[in-house]
Design a protein around this ligand. Structure first.
Ligand code: FAD
Length: 451
């Protein structure tokens, strides 16, 4: 274990996925950590409506869970999805494996279940205290001569804190609180698309669709996906421009639209119009904020997870990426001998290029999922990529594999893909030249025999 002893009081704001994992990692270092969560304990109250019910966990998230001994537990609660099942507008469906050998999977897991497992482990970790129903409204970094950092809580109470780790999500109050006086900059880009969740219940006690795939209905400006749940239902998420959602303002319109655009799915959702009316439309935001770390006389504050860099969900990486942040903070603490003033800037330095890269790749993947996956050209290209992966194992690896099935830093992926593509283009051109040279030689031989 790392340095123990008094040290600064560590506050983690938010007991979501990042906050609860971070608390475990810090508790294991022998630190005293208090986690402040505005909601009541979700293990007692159940999942919040309107937040994603399940999420896709992949290599990066699993590596982080492995570090706290929760990998196997998570996999037991999850369902492997080995590829995409594409439901084109014209009907039918086709399966596109994620990896060349078809064996690699991303894992559909209940957000509430994963959060509960992390909270149980955090609670059982010596040094960790969980405080539910405690909304943090701001932080005072103690620059007024007192030299004492304080956390400001709703209702006016304050609590001493020398290190504040803000994991309070995409609409972070901590990020807002830090901006006016600290020179923090935060940009939020909202997509015109929102999302709404719908449920495909089990049919005759079994899954109504293949549970071994992530289902996609690509429809150009709209896209629906469905991930399996262990209770044999599927959670569908419809991504659509917000004003389109608003236009479906009567049950008959909802049913009519789904029958026309998603006939196979519509037939599997008996309570479609009720589900549609009941579930809210969520927003999709990319957060770009800088810096993530600010040190005052009495406290050092850092943002992580969605609070620092929320991304759109089209690569299924937000939580995976937030977990990587936690591991990086832990690593930086090890490398600096537990010196927060050096560890947190080091964490920011190492992570920003990576989170910028996945933010761009996630936006790009939206176009791929809602449009390209349906095209025969795309399917041919993916098949060719898989053939190359089999012929050049480890040397040609697709972007999807590098993001989902490796822990290669995100920032290295675009350059690696460009390099692979250049080599491929060169090989194709060389192949083309060889073919051309062969044809030329054959033609010369033919004319030589004729003359
Ligand atoms: P959150 O999980 O949002 O947790 C923040 C916590 O802070 C909450 O518990 C909140 O109540 C608490 N809080 C907020 N304000 C305060 C306050 N003032 N005081 C105290 N507590 C506070 N990621 C994936 O990896 N794979 C996926 O498949 C995937 N699918 C997604 C689908 C959708 C539709 C969406 C919207 C997101 C998806 N994500 C996915 C992203 C993922 O949900 C987030 O990246 C992840 O939840 C970030 O974790 P976090 O701990 O930073 O924030």
């Amino acid at each position: 274990a790392e340095p123990t002893g008094p040290g600064p009081r560590v506050a983690v704001v938010g007991a979501g996925l990042a906050g609860s994992l971070l608390a475990i990692l810090l508790g294991r270092r022998g630190l005293a950590v208090t986690v402040y969560e505005r909601r009541p304990d979700p293990r007692a109250t159940g999942a919040e409506r309107g937040r994603s019910i399940n999420l896709a966990l992949s290599a990066r998230g699993l590596a982080a869970l492995d570090a706290v001994g929760l990998r196997e537990l998570a996999l037991e609660q999850a369902l492997p999805m080995r590829g995409r099942m594409v439901h084109p507008a014209g009907g039918g469906h086709n399966f596109q494996p994620y990896s060349a050998g078809g064996e690699r999977a991303i894992h559909s897991i209940s957000r509430a279940g994963l959060n509960a497992a992390l909270l149980d482990t955090a609670e059982a970790t010596p040094g960790v205290t969980l405080r539910f129903g405690a909304r943090v409204t701001g932080v005072d970094t103690g620059d007024d001569g007192t030299g004492a950092g304080r956390l400001l809580l709703e209702g006016g109470a304050t609590e001493l804190a020398g290190v504040v780790l803000a994991c309070d999500g995409a609409y972070s109050a901590m990020r807002r609180a830090l901006r006016p006086d600290g020179g923090f900059e935060a940009g939020q880009d909202f997509l015109e698309h929102g999302y709404k969740e719908l449920t495909i219940p089990p049919r005759d006690g079994d899954f109504a669709l293949d549970p071994g795939a992530l289902h996609i209905w690509p429809r150009g400006t709209a896209m629906m996906i469905a991930l399996p749940n262990v209770d044999r239902s599927f959670t569908c998420t419809l991504f659509w421009p917000k004003e389109e959602f608003e236009a479906l303002d009567a049950p008959a319109r909802v049913r009519g639209h789904f029958r026309a655009a998603y006939p196979d799915a519509a037939a599997l959702i008996p309570d479609l119009a009720e589900d549609f009316a009941r579930n809210p439309v969520g927003s999709l935001v990319t957060v770009r904020s800088r810096p993530w770390v600010r040190e005052g006389d009495g406290a050092v504050v850092a943002l992580l997870g969605d609070a620092a860099h929320a991304i759109v969900p089209f690569f299924g990486q937000g939580a995976n990426c937030a977990f990587e942040d936690c591991l990086e903070i832990d690593r930086c603490l090890t490398e600096t001998g537990g010196d927060w003033s050096r560890a947190l800037p080091m964490y920011q330095e190492r992570r920003t290029a990576n989170t910028d890269a996945i933010a761009e790749m996630a936006l790009d993947n939206f176009v791929e999922m809602r449009d390209r996956v349906a095209s025969p050209v795309y399917r041919a290209r993916t098949a060719a990529q898989h053939a190359l992966e089999r012929r050049l194992p480890g040397r040609y690896v697709s972007r999807y594999e590098l993001v989902s099935f490796s822990t290669l830093p995100y920032a290295e992926i675009p350059a690696r893909i460009r390099r692979q593509n250049r080599i491929l283009a060169g090989a194709a051109a060389a192949g083309g030249l060889l073919v051309a040279a062969g044809l030329l030689a054959a033609r010369q031989r033919r004319s030589a025999t004729r003359s």
